[in-house]
Design a binder for this molecule. Structure first.
Ligand code: ATP
Ligand code: MG
Length: 387
């Protein structure tokens, strides 16, 4: 049998919400391992125990659990009868060939009827491990931690802790709409907000047929990658070319990018309201490009009636790229594409757009009709993991 003990950071959870968070984490774990012959999922004290069929590939279990937000770390564990002598024999046997200078036993009892208390279990097993290995007990910085879990009818033990993805379970912090562009930044921004417990709905603006479909293909691939963490995703593809054509009529070139961005936010907000999402996410990073000066950010933000979250605002490009590599979006983002913001814009957009100028340029437009055009012509695609 394959069994995994999953640990989460209890302190990260607010007291009153704890049962809800734990239940959400458990449900997310169950979804993440779909198709891997899960036989049991049990909530213990500060842990969740997952049992799988004998034949399930451990590496795949590890990969799947490793992507679930809210998990601090996890260990593969072995099941024994709930009998401390039996447990001791199996642990000592399993230590054959393992080298370590210090260790600790971390025993927990879910079964309060068990004849020994946790400290008594620690002492008894500790003495046996010490006798076998010659290693010393170190409660602070043990080289090897032996986790022991006593349940009413069985016990579990295991050695190695595999680091989890951290954060909070997806869904714990509510729904948000992410503006995803196919570049390096927005997928990293999306990942970070999912890690904070947000469930994301993706919106991408493209300029087909004025430009080709490469940005859409990249976004599909990126959403597919990110869906491994939230299991179900919806992607809105908004045809933006016609809207851009209307925006630019009579608008000086340097202001165009700012007007595009404001219109994107308005359409994204309309989608967010429809989806009952509470905020918008962008991959903006201060001063990274001309459109991301403080002045422009203020003018762009002014068009939105929902909070805009910018998880990358204080990161530099290299940090973002490093994270893109780590989360597996780098290769896709690096593919060449035709991005809608390249359509009808100059090489040097305004770095300090003034709100009055922007509003004057927008006063000729029927904003409501343009928003409606974007929302109505958007196509929606669903993604599922594992599919
Ligand atoms: P990215 O790497 O995410 O494309 P960037 O450095 O290229 O970001 P900009 O092109 O200025 O920066 O875009 C800033 C943010 O605006 C993006 O991170 C994204 O959230 C949003 N955005 C830009 N273009 C699009 C688009 N075509 N569709 C949806 N969102 C977009
Ligand atoms: Mg971009």
């Amino acid at each position: 049998m394959n069994a995994v003990l999953v640990r989460y950071h209890e302190i990260a959870l607010k007291k009153g919400n704890r049962p809800y968070f734990i239940d959400l984490l458990k449900r997310n774990l169950i979804t993440a391992v779909r198709g891997l012959s899960l036989t049991e999922a049990k909530t213990l004290q500060a842990r969740i125990l997952l049992c799988f069929g004998e034949e399930t590939d451990r590496e795949e279990i590890s990969r799947r659990i490793g992507r679930v937000f809210g998990v601090a770390n996890f260990s593969f564990v072995e099941r024994t009868p709930a009998d401390v002598d039996f447990l001791q024999e199996r642990i000592v046997h399993a230590l054959d060939g393992k080298q370590f200078a210090s260790f600790r036993i971390d025993a927990r009892r879910a079964d309060k009827e068990f004849p020994l208390t946790s400290p008594e279990i620690n002492r008894k097993l500790g003495a046996a491990v010490k006798a076998k290995s010659g290693a010393r007990v170190d409660l602070e910085n043990a080289e090897l931690t032996i986790a022991v879990e006593i349940l009413p009818r069985s016990a579990f033990f295991g050695f190695d802790k595999i680091p989890g993805a951290g954060g909070l379970p997806v869904g714990a912090s509510g729904r948000v709409v992410t503006l995803i562009s196919g570049g390096f930044d927005s997928p990293v921004a999306a990942y970070r907000m999912m890690q904070r417990g947000c469930r994301l709905i993706f919106v991408h603006f493209h300029s087909a047929p004025y430009l080709d479909k490469t940005s859409q293909e990249k976004c599909r691939e990126l959403v597919k990658l990110l869906t491994r963490h939230q299991f179900n995703s919806r992607l809105y593809l908004v045809p933006f070319g016609e809207i851009q054509r209307q925006i630019i009529a009579g608008v000086l070139r340097p202001l165009r990018v700012v007007l595009y961005r404001r219109m994107m936010l308005r359409i994204a907000e309309a989608i967010a309201r429809k989806e009952k999402a509470q905020a918008l996410i962008t991959g903006e990073s201060l001063a990274q490009v001309a459109s991301q000066t403080l002045e422009n950010m203020a003018v762009i933000q002014q068009a939105a009636g929902l909070p805009i979250l910018r998880p990358l605002v204080g990161m530099d490009k290299q940090e973002i790229i490093d994270q893109a590599r780590k989360i597996g979006t780098f290769e896709t983002s690096a593919l060449p594409d035709q991005d809608c913001c390249q359509l009808f814009v100059p090489k040097h957009p305004a770095t300090k757009a003034r709100l009055a100028d922007v509003q004057k340029a927008e006063s000729r437009l029927d904003l409501g009709a343009l928003i409606q055009l974007g929302v109505e012509r958007a196509t929606v695609e669903e993604f599922k993991f594992p599919d």
